[in-house]
Design a protein around this ligand. Structure first.
Ligand SMILES: C[S@@+](CC[C@H](N)C(=O)[O-])C[C@H]1O[C@@H](n2cnc3c(N)ncnc32)[C@H](O)[C@@H]1O
Length: 356
């Protein structure tokens, strides 16, 4: 296709007109008023060539790709539609009620995952994060959710705080947070970790030592001076896979699968009233293997939550590599799998729900 026969840049002779963002936006707005697709293409090409040299627009490579796409568009109507979208991406901000993602610049958020398979190979050890606590999750999990489902200044609740990963991440991202943890010594570990993180956005955080299934959340929030949180993250023990303590209220000490699921149900009932309507809950869990049988703990918990006031939005499958328990036992587990006719766990689930 010949797009630029008789190229003539007479319509934009003065490059000073497009030497800043406002100028480019003005010129693009002028193009929308034209009904001559060749005129539009010529001028778009001119703007693009100028920007390649001068890089006026913030994300110039996306900008140039967008212009390229418009130039290749066949109809006038479509071209104008794309130009309007391009103007918004340079000029305006479009955020939603639940996050700070500027949808007009959506191409710039390349690291926000939108696929349901999460293959994350390296733990983020930035800031105060460290992988020392047995049974922690990688910071990328809270990071992805907090950026996608909360705004700066929102409140996050983590009912199984452990070593404090989600509060560290909340601090790094400018979100307030509340964490619940059963064990006193683990609360201390969390506090030490969290205090190492610089409070760049001056956010608040509270740690409550308690059985999260028994806590009166409405009362606790009142003490803090809020009535709702905007996101809940739960990373319970995967029943008895790792025994976290001797405490009988520790979910890793539940006597049976039913006990475990009842506790999860009780926890959901206790926390649902303080989660703002239309906001999200992420539930992180893996399955277990017992007496020669795969126990789909994840799906059982998912069903427990589905009985309540939530809409299932996604089932995310996340990889994990060697757990500390299986470290240096790769060969042995491979042998066991071959003998036992099963597959070795390499994934866990994150069930994402929206409160209706
Ligand atoms: C899987 S770990 C969470 C790890 C955390 N995400 C992190 O990155 O460190 C589960 C935690 O829940 C705690 N726990 C177990 N039963 C609990 C209960 N009933 N209430 C509160 N915390 C509990 C355990 O002590 C353990 O620290």
């Amino acid at each position: 296709m010949q797009l630029f026969e008789n190229i003539d840049f007479e319509n934009i002779t003065d490059t000073s007109l497009i030497s800043n963002k406002e100028g480019i936006v003005n010129e693009l707005n002028k193009l929308i008023e034209s009904d001559d697709i060749y005129y539009i293409r010529r001028n778009l090409n001119f703007i693009k060539e100028y920007d390649i040299k001068n890089q006026v627009v913030d994300n110039y490579s996306n900008f140039q790709n967008d212009i390229e796409q418009i130039i290749k568009t066949f109809t006038l109507e479509r071209s104008k539609y794309y130009i309007k979208r391009l103007i918004k991406s340079i000029d305006g901000e479009k955020t939603s009620r639940i996050n700070d993602i500027d949808l007009n610049k959506w191409k710039q958020y390349e690291d926000i995952i939108t696929d349901s398979l999460w293959v994350l190979d390296k733990r983020d050890n930035a800031g105060a994060h460290n992988g020392n606590y047995w049974g922690n999750f990688i910071p990328q999990i809270p990071n992805q959710f907090f950026r996608r489902y909360t705004k700066k200044g929102d409140w996050i609740l983590d009912t199984f705080l452990g070593s404090g990963t989600s509060i560290i991440e909340a601090k790094r991202l400018g979100r307030n947070a509340i964490g619940i943890e059963l064990q006193e010594n683990v609360v201390q570990i969390a506090k030490d970790n969290i205090n190492k993180e610089f409070n760049k956005f001056n956010v608040k955080h509270y740690i409550i030592q308690s059985d999260c299934t028994e806590l009166n959340y409405i009362k606790e929030l009142k003490k803090i001076g809020i009535s709702k949180v905007q996101f809940v993250i739960m990373h319970p023990p995967y029943w008895d896979i790792i025994k976290f303590s001797e405490d009988e209220n520790d979910l890793s000490n539940c006597k049976s699968l039913n006990d475990f699921l009842n506790s999860i149900g009780k926890l959901i009932d206790a926390t649902t009233p303080i989660l703002e309507k239309g906001r999200y809950l992420a539930f992180v869990i893996g399955d277990k293997y017992s007496a020669g049988e795969w126990i789909p703990l994840g799906f059982y918990c998912m069903q427990e939550i589905q009985k309540r006031n939530y809409k299932l939005k996604s089932i995310i499958v996340k990889n994990f590599d060697e757990t500390k328990g299986k470290m240096n036992q790769k060969e042995l587990w491979r042998y066991r799998a071959l003998v036992g006719g099963f597959y070795i766990f390499k994934h866990e689930y994150i069930f994402l729900f929206k409160k209706v």
